[in-house]
Design a protein around this ligand. Structure first.
Ligand code: HEC
Ligand code: HEC
Length: 393
């Protein structure tokens, strides 16, 4: 409750009181960042596992692996195909497109700040970035490789990779495994962190000019009537906008609602027979909608997905695990309706207790959207006006 009180005070115009006193220091393990000064304002230290310390050379190697299209069945797909540096590390598509134009079932989340999650993926089926990064290569609708062997063949023979792996991990030939590849990619991802948004300057530095009046009203709604902060958490000295938990907020589940018992049973049966959860949820739309249930087998987590961060949210449309909501306005309307889209749709029986109709006015919906737009990190802000003769990408 203490946090909430501080938040409420802060929202009432005492910004800075809560945050400025102990504004976060860059952590000892700060990743090497090529971005603007103070990229970590508003963020905690990046968690780095003891067995995979950051280094400049490792990050550079991970960067190269992340962008290498040779690690796919048709040579057209790299991690960056779906997590594009120029699109805030997402693809801006409802659901991702893999090799040969195959579509998956889920929206590609941004990799920016993924390092802070306690679970990876919408259903949290991987605990860490190292584990996560091996999946896409062999997923049938992503890079589509039959096994990791083709990747190992390349990194063990390509002179540049050979030298880099030797330098970073002191390994070569058969000793060079997917664990090394995964570690390098994860290190690169841990360098893709971004704080320092207008909101951070307002809240953690007390800069009253950083937010517009409308954004300040939106922030009040975020804390108060909207109750957004109960899941998209803001703490006293940092804000990840996630509780690292899973909730059914009424997205996608209506497509399978009538069929849930049968689907759940069939899924468990397939899983018990050795079915691969990663492949099942990304290739079958109905299995995808089971959400966290697919991982924990817990019926209370039916249709529940991870609370995503809201940092840089203005850049990562469309929204939700299935990409079904096109704009931030549609998202707020979904919440205002009490977790249903369209407003006349039935409320699903597994809906989180935290989701209730908010009955927001149109102007309040706009205020909340404006607030969400203040969460874009400085380095991802596009210039507002193109110079004459220049075209916007
Ligand atoms: C074909 C498109 C595609 C490719 C290629 C791809 N991803 Fe993803 N990525 C996705 C989708 C879709 C999800 C969400 C899947 C889910 O949650 O079930 C995702 C999830 C993630 C996440 C979890 C983020 C979060 O918020 O939980 C990370 C990290 C990530 N990808 C990194 C990578 C890396 C590293 C590679 C390359 C090895 C890669 N991706 C290749 C589409 C892709
Ligand atoms: C009960 C917890 C909870 C509450 C309360 C909540 N959210 Fe969410 N939010 C989530 C979860 C979980 C998701 C992902 C759901 C999914 O994809 O099925 C999400 C997704 C979102 C997304 C889309 C993110 C993306 O990357 O696609 C936005 C934007 C958002 N919420 C904003 C808000 C706002 C604004 C409020 C307050 C009006 C709010 N949320 C209240 C849990 C919550």
């Amino acid at each position: 409750m203490r946090h909430f009180l501080l938040l409420a005070l802060s929202a009432a115009g005492f910004a800075g009181a809560a945050g400025a006193v102990d504004s976060p220091q860059p952590p000892a393990t700060a990743p090497v960042s090529t971005h603007s000064a103070n990229p970590l304002l508003g963020l905690p230290p990046v968690p780095v596992p003891a067995n995979n310390p950051q280094s400049q050379a490792k990050i550079a190697l991970g960067d190269k692996l992340f962008h290498d299209k040779r690690f796919s069945i048709d040579g057209t797909i790299s991690c960056a195909s779906c997590h594009d540096d120029d699109k805030a590390f997402t693809d801006n598509l409802p659901v991702s497109v893999g090799h040969h134009g195959l579509t998956g079932t889920r929206n590609a989340p941004t990799v920016i700040n993924a390092a802070f999650y306690k679970f990876q993926f919408w259903d949290g089926r991987e605990p860490d970035l190292e584990g996560q990064s091996k999946g896409p290569f062999i997923n049938p609708v992503e890079a589509g490789l039959p096994s990791h062997q083709p990747i190992l063949d390349i990194v063990r023979s390509d002179p540049d990779y050979k030298a880099a792996f030797q330098d970073v991990f002191n390994v070569a030939d058969a000793k060079l495994t997917m664990e090394h590849v995964a570690k390098a990619i994860a290190s690169f991802e841990r360098s893709i962190v971004a704080g320092n948004s207008a909101f951070d300057r307002f809240y953690f530095k007390g800069d009253q000019t950083a937010l517009s009046e409308q954004q300040k009203r939106g922030f009040q709604l975020f804390l108060g009537q909207g109750r957004c902060v109960s899941c998209h958490v803001i703490e006293q000295d940092q804000a990840l906008f996630t509780d690292n938990r899973f909730h059914n907020i009424g997205v996608g589940i209506n497509a399978i609602q009538a069929d849930v018992p049968r689907l759940a049973f069939a899924f468990l049966e397939a899983k018990n027979k050795g079915g691969d959860v990663d492949q099942m949820v990304l290739t079958d739309k109905k299995s995808s909608e089971l959400g966290r249930f697919a991982v924990t087998d817990g019926i209370s987590e039916m249709g529940a997905f991870k609370t995503p961060t809201l940092r840089n949210i203005a850049l990562t449309a469309p929204y939700m695990h299935d990409g079904s909501l096109k704009t931030l306005k549609e998202v707020i309307i979904h919440y205002s309706n009490g977790g249903v889209t369209p407003a006349t749709a039935p409320v699903n029986p597994y809906l989180s207790g935290g989701i209730r109709p908010l009955n927001l006015l149109d102007s309040q919906i706009d205020d909340l959207v404006a607030f969400l737009e203040s969460l874009t990190s400085q380095q991802y802000l596009k210039p507002t006006a193109a110079k004459p003769g220049e075209s916007h990408e």
